[in-house]
Design a protein around this ligand. Sequence first.
Ligand SMILES: [Zn+2]
Length: 486
Amino acid sequence: MRQNIIAAVLSVVSLSALSIASSSAARVAQPDQRYERIAGAALQRGGAYEFLQSLTETIGPRLTGSEQSRAAADLLVKTLSAAGLENVHVEEYPLRSRWRRGTAQARIVAPTSLPLLVQSFGWAPGTDGSIEAPVVDAGSITSASALPDLSNHPIVLADFPGDRTEPGYVTRGRAARRLAAAGARALIVPSDKPDRLLDIGCFGNYPAAAMPMLSMAKEDSLMVRRLLEQGGVRLSLEVTNTLDTTPAIERNVVAELKGTALPDRVVLLGAHFDSWDTATGANDDGSGTAAILEAGRILKSLDIRGRRTIRLVFFSGEEQAILGSHAYVDAHGAELDRIDAVAIMDEGAGVPKGFRLHGRTDLEPALRAILQPLAGLDARGLSQEASFDQDHSYFVVAGVPALTLWVEPGAYETHHHAITDTIDKIDRRTLAVDTAVMATAALALADADTVGARLTAAQRADLLSRTGLDKSAAALAEPLTSSGGR
Ligand SMILES: [Zn+2]
């Protein structure tokens, strides 16, 4: 009892001491505790990894337009609703085509007879039976390359390393259309990956590639090139894919935590739940999906809200041509002035370094201060490297401040779009730290006085040409099945 009286006296003293202290000091102490609780929950609960396991090993691969993609959206809705997040719903958008992988076989038929390891790129057609043709090695095709002689209707072997003018996928998509129009039967691209791993990403093929396109193991491609140095090489190919151009529907999934002071202003956290079909998409982008879902659950369960609304958006269709986020930006055009920041996670569950700003140097001073709560997680770095290959892209085009999580690459590139993108590559603790970073950034951005202005049309044009992102944006907007363009 005596101890209780002393404790009561002490608490009165400390309360009055607090009330004498300046209100700004009290404001400083409060956020620190919230950030500590967020990071503690992310590390202790392991909720992101647990969700990632059910996403990847109950549903599995989540190809855009597939039943599994629909099941993944349903699982997100169910999980977000169960966690008590607000305004949980799906937003539909039209899909111009769906694609199913069949089989892909390749053989050298002259001067020897040997099988080759290949897989079809996504959204590429089949060969309509077995075809046989000579191989032409076009070497490295860049933005300025001339086409090889295609008069004998060959199978073309070519690399697309990208150059200062445009990324390789832009060159590849355009070259494939020109090669097909000029008589090529198929395009084979040597994989960059080690250990005969293949890369079946097809950014830029949607809604339909102009001819069969295959990834071939690096080792097999080197063999074909060695044989070509000695004379002619003929290949046989048989690819059976299904491309269905009946209009269909895909869905993005949305959930919110309403803001306390500025509920109409939004900080958007995003990731994509679709994946390639040959693995379970654990890193790309199951990890981002799980991290932002868990970030939302943590904030909700700790009853921590930002001044602005924190909105989680789970995009689909990313692997084809960032379809889900493109549709989202189009559908929310009237609202974009109220989206004060976007933060996307889609580089895999690597050790976090900070955020990429994609050329928005004007945001740096404010973000250095706003993202101070990430100091303890050593994730306050800012990079200006710009890319057009994640769901931030059309927000950047629209002038909305858009960040992407910047992580140490680790072995991400090896397993990305390969059969090895599975959950055994995910480090639980690193995924938990990424989750803490995304939740911390969401709250810090949602509480900021100002993040940065939406760019004017002139400023957007300047940003896109300065960063070269205009080339990628234009390439994805080209009519892909035509043979037009350069
Ligand atoms: Zn991705």
